[in-house]
Design a binder for this molecule. Structure first.
Ligand code: NAP
Length: 266
């Protein structure tokens, strides 16, 4: 599906990682004609991402810690000054510490909640302020929000809260013509999941009906759809991009039981 975002401005947080979902989202929107601004923490990575994205269109990068209210407010002020209006905003930045809940220090817990959850609140508040002709706010949740996640429970809890908050925001922002939706990636090959995939690739892939891990572009396409007019009646809802991860308890059961050619031959 092709989209046309010509004349629109799109902001994406956490977009400095070249293999990351945020970078892929930024690139897709540029390819579909939007002007894009990105933000992230690491100045060097951000500048490299900006240079790469410039091949595709108009882009500007801002160094911002999305867990800091003053920094987020500054980002929106600068982006409006530089671009005039923000049509679509994607709260994508996140961290994924792998540690058992009861082994966490209080500060670690607070950091996960601040980066993954508080940032969504801070960005939504700014969207409400600047999107006075309406817009689309898109938040990154996770498959972990639906199940819980042993070994990364704070992350899962923060993403479950993002899921819930997105629904509330959809209702509260609807009178301002701001649609609020989200995406639920399964296991996508990015910097965030590199270690987990290296140690558990076979097991992770087996739980996926389509039998492959996801790519950042798989998610980016879905996000462009959510932002488009084709999704004009969607608010408070999520797209799951997981290749059918755990859509049944054991994706291979029926094939093993009845054979690969059994389906549709009865
Ligand atoms: P990623 O490549 O690590 O991207 C996340 C980006 O956010 C990184 O560039 C990171 O910078 C940045 N970031 C972290 N803290 C920040 C802060 N305080 N302020 C600004 N930027 C900050 O990970 P990804 O896999 O693309 O994930 C993108 C989103 O999808 C995340 O919200 C993630 O939870 C969600 N998600 C991913 C998967 C998956 O399988 N990959 C699955 C479910 C959900 P640093 O690298 O410097 O920390």
């Amino acid at each position: 599906m092709a989209f046309d975002f010509t004349g629109k401005t799109v902001g994406v947080t956490g977009a400095a990682g070249i293999n990351g979902i945020g970078f892929a989202i930024a690139r897709k929107f540029l390819q579909y004609g939007a002007a894009v601004f990105i933000c992230d923490l690491d100045e060097k990575a951000l500048s490299e991402a900006e240079t790469k994205l410039r091949e595709y269109g108009t882009v500007k990068a801002y160094k911002v810690d999305v867990s800091n209210g003053q920094a987020v407010s500054g980002l929106f002020k600068e982006a409006v000054r530089d671009f005039g209006y923000i049509d679509v905003f994607i709260s994508n930045a996140g961290i994924y510490p792998q540690i058992m809940v009861c082994d966490m220090a209080e500060e670690q817990w607070d950091t996960v909640m601040a980066v993954n959850l508080k940032s969504v609140f801070l960005c939504a508040r700014e969207c409400r302020r600047v999107m006075d002709r309406g817009g689309v706010l898109i938040n990154a949740s996770s498959f972990a929000a639906l199940l819980g996640s042993a070994g990364s429970g704070a992350y899962a809890a923060s993403k479950a809260a993002v899921y819930n908050l997105t629904k509330t925001l959809a209702a509260e922002l609807a009178p301002y013509q701001i649609r609020t939706v989200g995406y639920i990636p399964g296991v996508i090959e990015t910097g965030m999941t590199k270690e987990v995939i290296e140690s558990r690739e076979k097991e992770l892939t087996e739980a996926i009906a389509l039998k492959r891990l996801g790519k950042s572009d798989d998610v980016a396409d879905a996000v462009c759809f959510l932002a488009s007019d084709q999704a004009a009646y969607m608010t408070g809802t999520f797209l799951e991009i997981s290749g059918g991860k755990l859509c049944v308890q054991n994706p291979d059961y029926a094939w093993n039981q009845y054979g690969k050619n059994a389906c549709g031959t009865a």
